[in-house]
Design a protein around this ligand. Structure first.
Ligand code: IMP
Length: 429
């Protein structure tokens, strides 16, 4: 089994961090293929909470080598902070354990400022980005004027490039009546970070292909989710990368022949942060109950921004679509335990729009904003299921809910999580 792709099958925050942590135990290499520190993965190991934004959670295992792939956009200052945080918690983050692609793109201080400026300009139409500079960094990449991570090897040239990027951004900022960036103080920490990161720089596509040829098992770890994909999500309320399975191939430089397993991560209900259509969103009591109060790290508040997530019933139309787009060979459902105590559960199986029934999401947001979900109602369960470890430990109503999701998505559900601990998993095989 050479390469497995782990992909978010909703709007991100599906619990990919804990799934990656689980899959990493049987992987030699864990490679992230897209996005940047807009992502937030929380992993709970031996009562320690690890919050990761850039480095794959495979780093918490002794063996796996972690890769930040060419499809990523990297803020070097934040990456150094994350390396320091992990070291303080006892993880080995040496260059033998972590490889940074020379072809990944750098998020500059200019990108961060321009992200804020663009959101401000959009006003009520703002995307609700994480303000990490993601969109502007990808814009410069495709505009062929970005700075690649490999440039950090020559700190003087890197400094010149950063100054030029800031100079250009400042012209745009001043035009908008916004404050210019102070280049001196913005560049200095980048140069320190570049010195620290130099030993980690690698042509990771060459590295990965070499490992795959030698029979290593590679986990390709996605960030964000299918419904935030720049092609397949609810454009323009999307991120600027390709979190889908296809993105793993370009974002790492490996061929499709190596991939034989695509795990779609999905929460047992729906959540979304930021603006954009969300047909099954629930305001009021149900939404509040799904979200939790925020007192636990697993409650529905953003790991990166702390924003409360929008919550609602599971959208089976979207999940089915995501399973297709990614060619998922299995689904992994997270947070099933959160549904305990509901008398009944609703599952969207189709949409109604202008008198028609749709089983696929419409392309245009103006339509997606207007669809009415067609719900199937399933019986809930009252039992606490956090101690379940085998399918037989789950109440029949929980098993029926899982069976219905699998049938609707035409994809088997092999694993379900029932709590944040590493062993709180139920396998169906
Ligand atoms: P950006 O990626 O910061 O440009 O944000 C674009 C959209 O994607 C916004 O709606 C964000 O809230 C959303 N987004 C980006 N990263 C994540 C993530 O890791 N989880 C959930 N939503 C995300």
């Amino acid at each position: 089994m050479p390469a497995t792709i782990l992909v978010g099958a909703q709007w991100g925050d599906e619990g990919k961090g804990r799934i990656a942590d689980w899959l990493a135990a049987e992987s030699d290499v864990v490679a992230r293929y897209g996005g940047g520190d807009n992502a937030g993965h929380t992993v709970y190991v031996e009562q320690k909470v690890f919050k990761l934004h850039l480095i794959p959670s495979g780093i918490l295992h002794e063996r796996a080598v972690c890769v930040l792939g060419n499809g990523m956009v990297i803020n070097p200052v934040n990456l150094v902070k994350e390396i320091n945080h992990l070291r303080e918690l006892g993880a080995d983050v040496s260059p033998e354990r972590l490889r940074i692609s020379t072809r990944a793109h750098i998020i500059t201080p200019a990108h961060i400022a321009l992200d804020g400026a663009s959101e401000k300009k959009l006003g009520s139409q703002a995307i609700g980005t994480t303000l990490r500079g993601i969109g502007p960094a990808y814009l410069d990449k495709t505009g062929r004027r970005g700075i690649r991570a490999g440039e950090m090897a020559n700190v003087e040239d890197f400094a010149d490039m950063l100054h030029q990027a800031i100079q250009e951004a400042n012209a745009a900022m001043l035009q908008q009546g916004l404050e210019a960036i102070d280049a001196g103080s913005a560049v200095a920490p980048y140069l320190d970070a570049a010195q620290r990161l130099k030993p980690y720089l690698t042509d990771t596509a060459v590295y990965l292909n070499g490992r795959l040829k030698a029979g290593a098992r590679v986990l390709c770890e996605g960030a964000q989710g299918t419904l935030l994909d720049v092609d397949h999500g609810s454009y323009p309320f999307v991120t600027s990368s390709s979190p889908t399975a296809g993105g793993a191939l370009t974002g790492l430089g490996i061929g499709p022949g190596y991939v034989d397993r695509v795990v779609g991560a999905a929460k047992s209900f729906s959540t979304r942060v930021g603006a954009g259509p969300m047909p099954t969103e629930q305001h009021g009591e149900i939404g509040d109950r799904l979200r939790g109060t925020g007192e636990h790290f697993w409650d529905e508040f953003g790991t990166t921004t702390g924003r409360p997530r929008r919550c609602g019933w599971l959208d089976g139309v979207m999940l089915r679509y995501a399973a297709q787009i990614n060619g998922c060979t299995e689904l992994f459902l997270t947070k099933l335990d959160v549904l305990s105590g509901f008398d009944e559960l609703k599952l969207a199986v189709a949409y109604r729009l202008d008198g028609q029934t749709l089983t696929e999401p419409p392309t245009a947001n103006r339509d997606l904003e207007r669809v009415e979900p067609v719900y199937e109602t399933l019986p809930g369960w009252q039992e606490d299921i956090s101690a379940a470890r085998r399918a037989a430990d789950l109440p029949e109503a929980a098993r029926a809910y899982i069976r219905r999701i699998a049938a609707l998505c035409e994809t088997p559900v092999f694993t379900v999580s029932v709590g944040p601990e590493r062993d709180q998993l139920v396998r169906f095989d």
